[in-house]
Design a protein around this ligand. Structure first.
Ligand code: A1D88
Length: 270
Protein backbone atom coordinates (compact mmCIF):
# COMPACT_ATOMS: atom_id res chain seq x y z
CA UNK A 1 0.00 0.00 0.00
CA UNK A 2 1.33 3.44 -0.84
CA UNK A 3 0.62 6.45 1.29
CA UNK A 4 0.55 9.99 -0.03
CA UNK A 5 1.14 12.96 2.16
CA UNK A 6 -0.15 16.27 0.89
CA UNK A 7 1.79 19.26 2.20
CA UNK A 8 -0.49 21.68 4.08
CA UNK A 9 -0.90 25.07 2.42
CA UNK A 10 0.54 26.69 5.58
CA UNK A 11 3.82 24.86 5.10
CA UNK A 12 4.56 26.89 1.96
CA UNK A 13 4.86 30.12 3.95
CA UNK A 14 8.34 31.59 3.46
CA UNK A 15 9.26 29.09 0.71
CA UNK A 16 12.20 30.32 -1.34
CA UNK A 17 11.16 30.23 -5.02
CA UNK A 18 14.62 31.01 -6.29
CA UNK A 19 16.18 33.67 -8.44
CA UNK A 20 16.16 34.19 -12.20
CA UNK A 21 17.65 36.61 -14.65
CA UNK A 22 15.20 37.57 -17.37
CA UNK A 23 16.11 39.28 -20.63
CA UNK A 24 13.94 41.41 -22.89
CA UNK A 25 14.23 44.04 -25.57
CA UNK A 26 12.18 46.85 -27.12
CA UNK A 27 10.08 44.45 -29.16
CA UNK A 28 8.88 42.65 -26.01
CA UNK A 29 8.02 45.93 -24.29
CA UNK A 30 6.13 47.20 -27.35
CA UNK A 31 4.20 43.94 -27.78
CA UNK A 32 3.24 44.19 -24.11
CA UNK A 33 2.08 47.81 -24.49
CA UNK A 34 -0.08 46.90 -27.51
CA UNK A 35 -1.52 43.88 -25.69
CA UNK A 36 -2.71 46.03 -22.78
CA UNK A 37 -4.33 48.57 -25.10
CA UNK A 38 -1.70 51.14 -26.11
CA UNK A 39 -2.76 53.09 -29.18
CA UNK A 40 -0.65 53.43 -32.33
CA UNK A 41 -0.59 57.17 -31.64
CA UNK A 42 0.97 56.71 -28.18
CA UNK A 43 4.45 56.73 -29.66
CA UNK A 44 6.28 56.66 -26.32
CA UNK A 45 4.76 53.21 -25.78
CA UNK A 46 4.93 51.67 -29.26
CA UNK A 47 7.89 53.26 -31.11
CA UNK A 48 11.40 52.03 -30.29
CA UNK A 49 12.91 55.43 -31.16
CA UNK A 50 11.32 57.02 -28.10
CA UNK A 51 10.17 54.12 -26.00
CA UNK A 52 9.27 54.35 -22.32
CA UNK A 53 8.54 50.93 -20.84
CA UNK A 54 5.26 50.53 -18.98
CA UNK A 55 6.06 49.71 -15.34
CA UNK A 56 3.42 46.94 -15.32
CA UNK A 57 5.58 45.11 -17.89
CA UNK A 58 7.63 44.11 -14.85
CA UNK A 59 4.82 41.76 -13.88
CA UNK A 60 5.12 39.71 -17.07
CA UNK A 61 8.88 39.44 -16.46
CA UNK A 62 8.13 37.95 -13.04
CA UNK A 63 5.25 35.64 -14.04
CA UNK A 64 7.58 32.67 -13.59
CA UNK A 65 7.37 33.14 -9.81
CA UNK A 66 3.69 32.32 -9.19
CA UNK A 67 4.00 29.63 -11.88
CA UNK A 68 6.95 28.14 -9.99
CA UNK A 69 4.86 27.86 -6.83
CA UNK A 70 2.10 26.10 -8.78
CA UNK A 71 4.52 23.72 -10.44
CA UNK A 72 5.99 22.80 -7.03
CA UNK A 73 2.50 21.54 -6.14
CA UNK A 74 1.24 24.19 -3.71
CA UNK A 75 -2.16 24.31 -5.43
CA UNK A 76 -4.10 22.95 -8.37
CA UNK A 77 -2.89 25.03 -11.31
CA UNK A 78 -6.02 24.11 -13.29
CA UNK A 79 -8.37 25.81 -10.83
CA UNK A 80 -6.31 28.51 -9.08
CA UNK A 81 -7.07 32.12 -10.01
CA UNK A 82 -5.08 35.27 -9.75
CA UNK A 83 -6.79 37.02 -6.83
CA UNK A 84 -4.98 40.32 -6.48
CA UNK A 85 -1.79 42.15 -7.37
CA UNK A 86 0.45 44.82 -5.98
CA UNK A 87 3.39 46.55 -7.68
CA UNK A 88 5.78 49.15 -6.25
CA UNK A 89 8.27 50.69 -8.67
CA UNK A 90 11.83 51.30 -7.46
CA UNK A 91 13.35 52.49 -10.74
CA UNK A 92 12.20 52.82 -14.38
CA UNK A 93 12.66 49.69 -16.47
CA UNK A 94 15.32 50.07 -19.16
CA UNK A 95 14.23 49.66 -22.80
CA UNK A 96 16.16 46.43 -22.99
CA UNK A 97 18.38 44.43 -20.71
CA UNK A 98 18.68 41.66 -18.19
CA UNK A 99 17.03 41.88 -14.79
CA UNK A 100 17.70 39.70 -11.77
CA UNK A 101 14.60 38.70 -9.80
CA UNK A 102 14.19 36.78 -6.56
CA UNK A 103 10.94 35.27 -5.34
CA UNK A 104 9.49 33.78 -2.19
CA UNK A 105 6.14 32.88 -0.67
CA UNK A 106 4.76 35.44 1.79
CA UNK A 107 1.62 34.81 3.80
CA UNK A 108 -0.73 31.92 3.16
CA UNK A 109 -4.28 32.81 4.19
CA UNK A 110 -6.97 30.29 5.06
CA UNK A 111 -10.32 31.22 3.52
CA UNK A 112 -11.97 27.98 4.57
CA UNK A 113 -12.78 26.41 1.23
CA UNK A 114 -9.81 28.14 -0.41
CA UNK A 115 -6.29 29.26 0.43
CA UNK A 116 -4.73 32.54 -0.69
CA UNK A 117 -0.98 32.30 -1.41
CA UNK A 118 1.09 35.47 -1.58
CA UNK A 119 4.11 35.38 -3.87
CA UNK A 120 6.60 38.22 -3.50
CA UNK A 121 9.09 39.12 -6.22
CA UNK A 122 11.88 41.59 -5.70
CA UNK A 123 14.42 43.26 -7.99
CA UNK A 124 16.36 46.52 -8.25
CA UNK A 125 13.48 47.86 -10.34
CA UNK A 126 10.36 46.82 -8.45
CA UNK A 127 8.72 44.84 -5.67
CA UNK A 128 5.52 42.97 -6.48
CA UNK A 129 3.14 40.63 -4.69
CA UNK A 130 0.74 38.19 -6.35
CA UNK A 131 -2.20 36.75 -4.40
CA UNK A 132 -3.32 33.42 -5.78
CA UNK A 133 -6.79 32.19 -4.87
CA UNK A 134 -6.64 28.40 -4.66
CA UNK A 135 -10.00 26.63 -4.24
CA UNK A 136 -9.77 23.44 -2.21
CA UNK A 137 -6.50 24.35 -0.49
CA UNK A 138 -8.00 26.00 2.61
CA UNK A 139 -9.24 24.59 5.89
CA UNK A 140 -5.79 24.15 7.46
CA UNK A 141 -6.60 26.15 10.59
CA UNK A 142 -4.78 29.33 9.53
CA UNK A 143 -5.74 32.99 9.74
CA UNK A 144 -8.24 34.39 7.20
CA UNK A 145 -6.13 37.45 6.30
CA UNK A 146 -7.45 40.63 4.67
CA UNK A 147 -11.16 40.81 3.93
CA UNK A 148 -12.92 42.30 0.93
CA UNK A 149 -12.21 46.02 0.43
CA UNK A 150 -15.10 48.46 0.91
CA UNK A 151 -16.31 50.18 -2.25
CA UNK A 152 -15.33 53.87 -2.46
CA UNK A 153 -18.07 56.37 -1.67
CA UNK A 154 -19.06 59.57 -3.45
CA UNK A 155 -19.04 60.56 -7.10
CA UNK A 156 -15.91 59.48 -8.99
CA UNK A 157 -13.70 62.17 -10.49
CA UNK A 158 -13.04 59.90 -13.48
CA UNK A 159 -15.47 57.68 -15.35
CA UNK A 160 -14.29 56.09 -18.60
CA UNK A 161 -14.90 52.93 -20.60
CA UNK A 162 -11.98 50.50 -20.86
CA UNK A 163 -12.58 48.69 -24.14
CA UNK A 164 -11.11 45.22 -24.41
CA UNK A 165 -10.74 43.46 -27.76
CA UNK A 166 -12.13 40.04 -28.68
CA UNK A 167 -8.57 38.84 -29.31
CA UNK A 168 -6.94 40.65 -26.38
CA UNK A 169 -6.24 37.62 -24.18
CA UNK A 170 -4.94 35.73 -27.24
CA UNK A 171 -2.53 38.60 -27.85
CA UNK A 172 -1.59 39.21 -24.20
CA UNK A 173 -0.61 35.57 -23.63
CA UNK A 174 2.25 36.06 -26.09
CA UNK A 175 3.83 38.40 -23.53
CA UNK A 176 4.38 35.47 -21.18
CA UNK A 177 1.32 34.06 -19.37
CA UNK A 178 0.13 31.07 -21.39
CA UNK A 179 -2.33 29.58 -18.91
CA UNK A 180 -4.95 27.78 -20.96
CA UNK A 181 -7.99 29.40 -19.31
CA UNK A 182 -7.28 32.53 -21.35
CA UNK A 183 -7.54 30.80 -24.73
CA UNK A 184 -8.95 27.29 -24.58
CA UNK A 185 -12.75 27.04 -24.03
CA UNK A 186 -12.35 23.56 -22.50
CA UNK A 187 -9.90 24.88 -19.88
CA UNK A 188 -12.23 27.80 -19.13
CA UNK A 189 -15.14 25.38 -18.72
CA UNK A 190 -13.12 23.40 -16.14
CA UNK A 191 -13.09 26.48 -13.88
CA UNK A 192 -16.80 27.06 -14.49
CA UNK A 193 -16.49 29.85 -17.04
CA UNK A 194 -18.56 30.00 -20.24
CA UNK A 195 -15.53 31.04 -22.32
CA UNK A 196 -11.86 32.03 -21.91
CA UNK A 197 -11.25 34.92 -19.51
CA UNK A 198 -8.92 37.89 -19.57
CA UNK A 199 -5.65 37.78 -17.66
CA UNK A 200 -6.09 39.80 -14.48
CA UNK A 201 -2.79 41.56 -15.13
CA UNK A 202 -3.91 42.57 -18.62
CA UNK A 203 -7.14 44.09 -17.28
CA UNK A 204 -5.25 45.84 -14.46
CA UNK A 205 -2.66 47.29 -16.85
CA UNK A 206 -5.38 48.38 -19.31
CA UNK A 207 -7.17 50.13 -16.43
CA UNK A 208 -3.98 51.84 -15.29
CA UNK A 209 -3.27 52.99 -18.86
CA UNK A 210 -6.76 54.51 -19.16
CA UNK A 211 -6.42 56.07 -15.71
CA UNK A 212 -3.20 57.80 -16.78
CA UNK A 213 -4.91 59.12 -19.92
CA UNK A 214 -7.82 60.44 -17.90
CA UNK A 215 -5.56 62.08 -15.30
CA UNK A 216 -3.31 63.58 -17.99
CA UNK A 217 -0.12 61.89 -16.77
CA UNK A 218 2.35 59.59 -18.54
CA UNK A 219 1.53 55.92 -17.90
CA UNK A 220 5.26 55.15 -17.56
CA UNK A 221 5.33 57.45 -14.50
CA UNK A 222 3.32 54.89 -12.53
CA UNK A 223 5.03 54.27 -9.18
CA UNK A 224 2.47 52.07 -7.43
CA UNK A 225 -0.61 50.05 -8.32
CA UNK A 226 -2.72 47.41 -6.65
CA UNK A 227 -6.12 45.83 -7.07
CA UNK A 228 -8.22 42.75 -6.38
CA UNK A 229 -9.66 40.68 -9.22
CA UNK A 230 -13.22 40.42 -7.96
CA UNK A 231 -14.85 38.75 -10.97
CA UNK A 232 -13.72 37.53 -14.37
CA UNK A 233 -13.55 39.87 -17.36
CA UNK A 234 -14.14 38.43 -20.83
CA UNK A 235 -12.32 39.57 -23.99
CA UNK A 236 -14.60 42.05 -25.75
CA UNK A 237 -16.12 43.34 -22.50
CA UNK A 238 -16.19 47.11 -22.01
CA UNK A 239 -16.05 47.68 -18.26
CA UNK A 240 -16.13 51.16 -16.77
CA UNK A 241 -13.22 52.67 -14.87
CA UNK A 242 -14.30 54.78 -11.88
CA UNK A 243 -11.59 56.70 -10.02
CA UNK A 244 -11.32 59.10 -7.12
CA UNK A 245 -8.47 61.39 -6.09
CA UNK A 246 -5.58 62.58 -8.23
CA UNK A 247 -2.44 61.26 -9.90
CA UNK A 248 -0.46 61.32 -6.65
CA UNK A 249 -3.01 59.04 -4.94
CA UNK A 250 -5.94 57.68 -6.93
CA UNK A 251 -8.30 54.96 -5.81
CA UNK A 252 -10.26 53.19 -8.50
CA UNK A 253 -12.44 50.26 -9.43
CA UNK A 254 -13.42 48.65 -12.70
CA UNK A 255 -17.11 47.87 -12.98
CA UNK A 256 -18.99 45.61 -15.39
CA UNK A 257 -22.73 44.96 -15.28
CA UNK A 258 -22.98 46.99 -12.06
CA UNK A 259 -20.42 44.87 -10.18
CA UNK A 260 -16.71 45.48 -9.59
CA UNK A 261 -14.40 43.25 -11.60
CA UNK A 262 -11.37 45.02 -10.14
CA UNK A 263 -12.07 46.16 -6.59
CA UNK A 264 -10.27 48.20 -3.95
CA UNK A 265 -7.67 49.39 -6.43
CA UNK A 266 -5.29 52.29 -6.11
CA UNK A 267 -2.54 53.81 -8.21
CA UNK A 268 0.02 56.58 -7.85
CA UNK A 269 2.03 58.37 -10.55
CA UNK A 270 5.29 60.13 -9.70
C1 A1D88 B 1 -3.44 31.57 -13.28
C2 A1D88 B 1 -4.53 32.55 -13.50
C3 A1D88 B 1 -4.27 33.81 -13.90
C4 A1D88 B 1 -5.35 34.80 -14.07
O1 A1D88 B 1 -5.09 35.87 -14.54
S1 A1D88 B 1 -6.95 34.41 -13.64
C5 A1D88 B 1 -7.88 35.84 -14.18
C6 A1D88 B 1 -7.91 36.95 -13.19
N1 A1D88 B 1 -8.61 36.58 -12.01
C7 A1D88 B 1 -9.95 36.46 -11.99
O2 A1D88 B 1 -10.63 36.63 -12.98
C8 A1D88 B 1 -10.57 36.14 -10.66
C9 A1D88 B 1 -11.85 36.89 -10.49
N2 A1D88 B 1 -12.35 36.67 -9.14
C10 A1D88 B 1 -13.23 35.69 -8.84
O3 A1D88 B 1 -13.67 34.96 -9.71
C11 A1D88 B 1 -13.64 35.58 -7.42
O4 A1D88 B 1 -13.40 36.77 -6.74
C12 A1D88 B 1 -12.91 34.43 -6.68
C13 A1D88 B 1 -13.22 33.09 -7.34
C14 A1D88 B 1 -11.39 34.69 -6.66
C15 A1D88 B 1 -13.42 34.40 -5.23
O5 A1D88 B 1 -14.81 34.36 -5.25
P1 A1D88 B 1 -15.60 33.40 -4.24
O6 A1D88 B 1 -15.15 32.01 -4.35
O7 A1D88 B 1 -17.05 33.71 -4.44
O8 A1D88 B 1 -15.11 33.88 -2.84
P2 A1D88 B 1 -15.79 34.96 -1.88
O9 A1D88 B 1 -16.95 34.33 -1.19
O10 A1D88 B 1 -16.00 36.22 -2.66
O11 A1D88 B 1 -14.63 35.22 -0.80
C16 A1D88 B 1 -14.17 34.18 0.04
C17 A1D88 B 1 -12.99 34.71 0.83
O12 A1D88 B 1 -11.89 34.90 -0.06
C18 A1D88 B 1 -11.52 36.26 -0.10
N3 A1D88 B 1 -11.29 36.63 -1.48
C19 A1D88 B 1 -12.23 36.68 -2.43
N4 A1D88 B 1 -11.70 37.06 -3.57
C20 A1D88 B 1 -10.40 37.26 -3.34
C21 A1D88 B 1 -9.35 37.68 -4.14
N5 A1D88 B 1 -9.59 38.00 -5.43
N6 A1D88 B 1 -8.12 37.78 -3.60
C22 A1D88 B 1 -7.92 37.50 -2.30
N7 A1D88 B 1 -8.91 37.09 -1.47
C23 A1D88 B 1 -10.12 36.98 -2.00
C24 A1D88 B 1 -12.70 37.04 0.45
O13 A1D88 B 1 -12.27 38.25 1.06
C25 A1D88 B 1 -13.26 36.08 1.44
O14 A1D88 B 1 -12.51 36.14 2.62
P3 A1D88 B 1 -13.08 36.79 3.97
O15 A1D88 B 1 -14.30 36.01 4.31
O16 A1D88 B 1 -11.98 36.69 4.94
O17 A1D88 B 1 -13.41 38.22 3.63
Amino acid sequence: MTSTHKRSAAAWRGEDLGTRTVAYDERDAILYALAVGARATELDLVFEDRLRVLPTFALTLAQWAPDELGSRGAFDTKTALHGSQNLTVRAPLPRRGEIALSASVGEVWDKGSAAVFEVRVESDFFVATWSLFAPGAGGFGGERGPSKPARPEGEPTVEAVVNTADNQAALYRLTGDRHHIHLDPAAAARIGQPRPIMHGLCTLAASTLELARQLGVHPADLVEVEGRFAAPVFPGDSPVLRAWGDAAAASFELVHGGHPVIAGARAAFG
